[in-house]
Write a new protein. Structure first.
Lengths: 392, 166
């Protein structure tokens, strides 16, 4: 435990160090001003929901009227038409409208709505069409260490530290102490309430590692999204898509003969129905299931962020009609309760994602008892493995 | 949908895939495997201990039942022995009473029989002595001269006194 707290302390020190080094290095003169008004709130929320290339903590307007942003830059790693280009995000000077052009490796890059574009050859600045889409720039493959990647790395590191220290504790004693005493029931919960009942006593061991990783990964990231650091990792569609595709690959690879039989040539139905069912089942297995996983997590977390931020924005938008104190009070009360709900949602979504993954895996590896699969009349009797008896 | 697709960052997807793979690998190797193994071990240990405790309890119960049974048996045996002893005592007493009675009866009978036979013998003896005396008297009477009455009477007296003297 000492080790963990020491490591956390070191991490915090590092963070503070970065912060103090960078806090005054980043400043720009763009007269953006503080966020107020409906359009600005909308833009701010949309901006927050997107991934960002630098770690922005807060902004303020200095006495000289200069808008200062406090945070630290993150490395940008791009695969452009001229090969790899790396630089720090501070080179964009917090520009998000394609004004600042960064030249690296003979390519010109601009940042536009949190996305990095490469200017076409010969162009020196971005031209926009009526819908504010760039006409002479194209997207590049962006492997940057964005804020989301920082979040993933942070959570991964925390998980590794916490759970490897728990693992080490078992070497010395049977029952963990300290923080391990909190973690152990969580591990047991995932194993006994998610993996075991959904996958079945026979196969659950093989998949528990994946389910545990995904559960804690999503949960901690969801919770991290509720901190004022403003991470929105599980609200990034690329992240949830990645998680969903992992589940898809796992249940597709581990699917047994019965599983494929039920997808491709459903037993117990008339022959002319079988091809139709096969199409539906294939769509279900390869599109609907992963899509439901990725959209559910993405939408829930994004919605939560939007609601929390909108309620915080009441402070500004209702200032005129309710007064400063009234608007602030209302905003605090509402955002407090919605944040409580979001804490629940953070757990719930992690649970749902993991439980559904376990369920899909369970359906793929379920062993059908061929003796009772069909009754005397040839009808299908049960399509799922009944494991309830194992838990009574 | 278009916005969603626009928001989808292939670069982030690739980075996330690599990081997630690494995380799963590291977590399984350094955390989940040892944790789950020790948990399973501990659960098996607990199950074993519970089974052992159960067994000990049933053993104990069996032992107690055995003890109880033995006690019961011993008690029953003691009871039986006491009963037997009492029976034997009673039987002995009644037997000896019987025997004593029988013996007494027998002795009584014998005594009666002896008395009877003695009596008979005595009577027979008296009879024979009377007869002999009568004959002797008769003889003496005959031998003496039974001339006078006085003499006869004197004779009878003498005779009778003789008998008494006998």
């Amino acid at each position: 435990m000492m080790q963990v707290s020491n490591t956390i302390k070191t991490l915090l020190q590092l963070l503070i160090l970065c912060f103090s080094l960078q806090s005054f290095a980043i400043s720009d003169t763009e007269p953006e001003g503080a966020v107020s008004g409906k359009e600005q709130v909308d833009a701010y929320i949309l901006h927050h929901l997107k991934d960002s290339h630098d770690f922005h903590l807060f902004s303020y307007t200095s006495d000289s009227g200069e808008r200062k942003h406090v945070g630290f830059p993150l490395p940008v790693i791009l695969w452009s038409s001229n090969g790899l280009a790396t630089f720090m995000s501070s080179e964009f000077h917090h520009d998000d409208n394609g004004q600042v052009v960064v030249e690296k490796n003979g390519s010109k890059f601009v940042k536009l709505h949190s996305k990095i574009y490469e200017l076409d050859a010969g162009a020196s600045s971005v031209n926009f069409d009526e819908e504010h889409h760039a006409t002479n720039a194209h997207k590049v493959l962006d492997f940057s260490i964005t804020k989301s990647v920082v979040g993933v790395l942070l959570v991964g590191l925390l998980m590794l530290l916490a759970f490897s220290s728990l693992a080490k504790q078992y070497g010395k004693k049977k029952i963990p102490t300290g923080f391990g005493r909190v973690l152990e029931p969580l591990v047991l919960y995932v194993r006994d309430e998610i993996a075991r009942p959904n996958i079945g006593e026979k196969h659950y061991r093989k998949f528990t590692g994946y389910l545990l990783t995904v559960f804690f990964f999503i949960w901690v990231l969801n919770l991290l999204g509720l901190t004022p650091f403003g991470f929105n990792v599980t609200g990034q569609i690329a992240v949830t898509a990645c998680l969903a595709i992992f589940t898809l690959i796992i249940y597709t690879v581990s699917g047994n003969k019965d599983y494929w039989m039920h997808i491709l040539w459903m037993p117990g139905v008339p022959v002319f129905v079988k091809p139709i069912l096969a199409i539906i089942e294939l769509a279900g297995a390869f599109i609907i299931k992963p899509f439901s996983l990725l959209v559910r997590l993405f939408a829930n977390i994004s919605a939560g962020h939007i609601v929390v931020m909108s309620l915080i924005a009441i402070m500004f938008t209702l200032k005129e009609s309710l007064g400063v104190a009234g608007a602030t009070g209302l905003s605090l009360v509402l955002s407090f309760f919605i944040t409580l709900i979001e804490v629940l949602v953070a757990f719930l979504q992690a649970y749902i994602f993991t439980a559904l993954s376990a369920l899909f895996i369970g359906m793929a590896v379920a062993e059908h008892d061929h003796d009772h699969e069909h009754d005397e009349a040839g009808h299908e009797v049960a399509d799922t493995e009944d494991v309830r008896a194992d838990f009574i | 949908m278009e916005v969603l697709l626009n928001d989808f960052s292939p670069g982030l997807f690739v980075v996330q895939t690599i990081l997630l793979l690494a995380l799963i690998f590291l977590m399984v190797k350094f955390a989940w495997k040892p944790i789950l193994n020790s948990l399973n071990e501990r659960e098996a240990g607990i199950e074993e201990a519970l089974a052992a405790a159960d067994k000990a309890r049933t053993d104990m119960q069996n032992l107690q039942a055995d003890n109880e049974k033995m006690l019961q048996e011993a008690r029953a045996e003691r009871e039986g022995m006491l009963k037997e002893a009492r029976e034997i005592k009673e039987k002995m007493i009644s037997d000896s009473k019987e025997q004593a009675k029988l013996e007494g009866d027998k002795m009584l009978k014998q005594a009666q029989a002896a008395i009877e036979s003695e009596k008979k013998a005595a009577v027979a003896d008296i009879k024979s002595q009377v007869a002999e005396l009568s004959v002797a008297i008769a003889e003496k009477v005959l031998k003496e001269d039974l001339s006078s009455n006085d003499k006869q009477l004197k004779l009878v007296d003498t005779m009778l006194s003789d008998i008494k003297l006998n």
